[in-house]
Ligand binder design. Structure first.
Ligand SMILES: *Cc1c(COP(=O)(O)O)cnc(C)c1O
Length: 377
């Protein structure tokens, strides 16, 4: 019998742990009333930049905007092609389509679920402008291979880092870099349930290209260079000061949050290692995994049944993602018939994400693992 309600993400207990600092930060914003462009925003951008090893940070209103602003700043024209993964959250493809660019979907690796570099290379045409790898569920795509392909074909790389902030990528020469700092530009989300989440919407871009950073800042602020002077068509996309104050507190704990998530994942891995019909998350050899999600593959086609058995015992689970992009009504395209991405289609039928967050207690985890093992029989 567990007492506490089990949640996919427990933001309440985390808040209670950080309450004094978070409340003080929010009170500061209210007291000085600079709700937009307050000093908290600049401070958070500087602190995140330092965390990312010096890459310049430009905050914005949400993760989807960060992808859109990146593509606007890089100056793509209607019809330009942007390559991204067929297995991802809709936002990645959405902004490509919104800007009248052409989303070119490619297959993912069946083990790590991240974009397959060989499939990228095969999809390049003279119209290709960028590759958007998604660091899905908390580990980096194969960035070394992707950067090589990009260099060879003179393409930008926009890292969708919404799920992997804080992860480290290791190059074959022994050097390492933070996720999101390897490509032309990194893009992330501070949606509440993300690993670095605020108490509303938020997002950011980062780049070490100073000219691009300046352009991104301008586009995020109505294309304005000086107040009321507009050099470009931009958007209104701002991180507000209250969100920045929350993020600045949480940033200090980001590595601790990751360690807690990894320990939950280790616990699950260990409990499930002998289950024959279950594939626990495969960790890429060149990236740490910060476990935005703990996503299993259920190989017996019994996912609905397992989910129901878990739910009956009060354990939530989620399917990220149930329908591949190319089979969504809004993204149907004659280029991509059913069966066009067999790995993605299979993943959508067999993935299952279990609760993972920073606030688990041992008994809760034991209850989840015991119940899952029973449910899978
Ligand atoms: C969450 C997410 C986004 C979008 O972020 P929002 O802040 O919700 O707009 C984009 N890409 C991926 C992979 C995400 O998980």
């Amino acid at each position: 019998m567990q007492v506490k309600e089990i949640k996919m993400v427990d933001l309440k207990t985390q808040y209670e742990r950080l309450k004094i600092e978070i409340d003080a930060g929010i009170a500061d914003v209210i007291n000085n009333t600079q709700f937009i462009k307050g000093p908290q925003v600049k401070k958070f951008e500087e602190n995140l930049s330092a965390y990312l090893g010096g890459s310049q940070v430009i905050s914005c209103a949400n993760g989807t905007d960060s992808l859109q602003i990146a593509m606007m700043a890089l100056g793509y024209q209607p019809g330009d092609e942007v390559i991204t993964a067929s297995f991802t959250y809709v936002a990645t493809a959405e902004v490509i389509a919104l800007l009248k660019l052409k989303p070119v979907l490619v297959e993912v690796n069946p083990d790590t679920f991240t974009i397959d570099p060989a499939a990228i290379e095969a999809a390049i045409t003279p119209k290709t402008k960028a590759i958007v790898p998604v660091h899905l569920f908390g580990q980096c795509a194969d960035m070394e291979a992707i950067m090589k392909i990009a260099a060879k074909h003179n393409l930008h790389v926009i890292e969708d880092n919404a799920q992997a902030i804080g992860a480290d990528y290791f190059f074959s020469d022994g050097t390492k870099a933070k996720s999101g700092t390897i490509g032309t530009v990194g893009s992330t989300s501070f949606f509440p349930s993300k690993n670095l989440g605020c108490y509303g919407d938020g997002g950011a871009l980062n780049t070490s290209d100073n000219v691009l950073a300046k352009k991104i800042r301008m586009i995020a602020n109505h294309g304005q260079s000086i107040q009321y002077v507009h050099d470009e068509i931009g958007v209104n996309s701002r991180l507000d000061s209250i969100q920045a104050s929350v993020l600045d507190v949480k940033l200090k704990y980001l590595d601790d949050f990751a360690a807690r998530r990894i320990s939950v994942a280790d616990n699950y891995d260990n409990a499930f290692k002998d289950l024959k019909n279950v594939q626990t998350p495969v960790r890429a050899k060149n990236s740490t995994h910060v476990f935005h999600q703990y996503t299993l593959l259920l190989k017996d086609g019994n996912r609905d049944e397992v989910r129901k058995k878990l739910a009956d015992k009060g354990i939530p689970s989620m399917i990220y993602y149930p329908i591949p992009l190319h089979q969504q009504k809004a993204y149907r395209d004659e280029r991509y018939k059913d069966g066009a991405f067999p790995i993605t289609e299979e993943l959508c039928k067999s993935v299952l994400s279990l609760p993972i967050h920073t606030e688990f207690e041992e008994e809760e985890l034991k209850f989840i693992t015991d119940t899952f093992k029973e449910a899978i029989q």
